[in-house]
Write a protein that binds this ligand. Structure first.
Ligand SMILES: Nc1ncnc2c1ncn2[C@@H]1O[C@H](COP(=O)(O)OP(=O)(O)O)[C@@H](O)[C@H]1O
Ligand SMILES: [Mg+2]
Length: 254
């Protein structure tokens, strides 16, 4: 069963309407994520990357095409996946621990059990000792880890992450990438990761889908055969540079 697709987005097209305006955002997009795979969607701003994740999470119904998760057609139906939207805000009036417990409590877990699971996860996410802090008392990297922890606590082994590190400074972003890889190797989740950073996509992924500018179309599917576990030294390798050139060309429409 290891080759089964966790997620299949099959020939999806989508349009936004506002008043008289009609905006074609996705044109016949197809992609898949295999079990345990780390897949990135790379595309320019406005190419419809966030829309792809909303459709994958069942929050938006496409005009055409299907979303299949674990072999089930769930097109346009919200379902249980670890979806982290682009602006994943922690509630400012709740502590880290309360914020993290929200998805478990929403799924009607026992309160004591929910908090026990959060407490168990805090050290894994480097947040031990901060359980009772409010979001404004945490650094940007810690808030991002807290939001990822909350997403990870959702009982689904498919994670949809929308530019989770885009707002961080370069150094924090790099350490968060290494940290995400460690978490991913430990928990063996299937990941669909949206980014507009070429380096980030190569460094993290098993495969990358390049999406063209609006309306988003499949421009390139690129396997990244760099060995794991990965470390920042590979950024200077010949293979990395070659992948980068291929992706730059694809993004430029060549
Ligand atoms: N709810 C909406 N209503 C109308 N247009 C939207 C809506 N959401 C996004 N768009 C537009 O659709 C296009 C694709 O958006 P998005 O999926 O957020 O792209 P990306 O994440 O790649 O930057 C953009 O031009 C954006 O302005
Ligand atoms: Mg986006």
């Amino acid at each position: 069963m290891s080759s089964i697709n966790k997620l299949l987005i099959d020939k999806v097209s989508a349009t936004y309407y506002s008043g008289e305006q009609r905006l074609a955002v996705l044109d016949n997009i197809s992609l898949h994520v295999k079990k345990g795979e780390f897949v990135a969607v790379l595309g320019p701003s406005g190419s419809g990357k966030s829309t792809i994740l909303k459709i994958a999470a069942g929050l938006l119904k496409p005009d055409q095409g299907q979303v299949i998760i674990n072999g089930l057609d769930i097109t346009g139906q919200p379902h249980l996946v670890g979806y982290m939207p682009q602006q994943d805000l922690l509630f400012p009036w709740k502590t880290l621990r309360q914020n993290a417990a929200l998805p478990l409590l929403a799924a009607k877990s026992d309160k004591k059990e929910a908090y026990a699971r959060v407490d168990e996860m805090l050290p894994v996410f480097g947040l031990q000792g901060f359980a009772n802090y409010y979001p404004h008392q945490l650094s940007g990297g810690m808030r991002q880890r807290a939001a990822l922890m909350r997403t990870m606590l959702i009982e689904s082994n498919l994670m949809l992450l929308d530019e989770p590190f885009a707002a961080l400074d370069a150094l924090t972003r790099e350490s968060m990438q290494d940290w995400l890889l460690k978490i991913w190797e430990r928990f063996k989740r299937s990941v669909l990761f949206v980014t507009h950073s070429i380096d980030e996509a190569i460094y993290l992924s098993d495969r990358i889908y390049v999406i063209s500018e609006q309306p988003g179309r499949n421009a390139l599917e690129q396997l990244i055969a760099l060995p794991r576990p990965r470390a920042k030294a590979i950024l200077a390798s010949r293979e990395f540079t070659l992948y980068k050139q291929i992706l730059i060309n694809a993004l430029a429409g060549n």
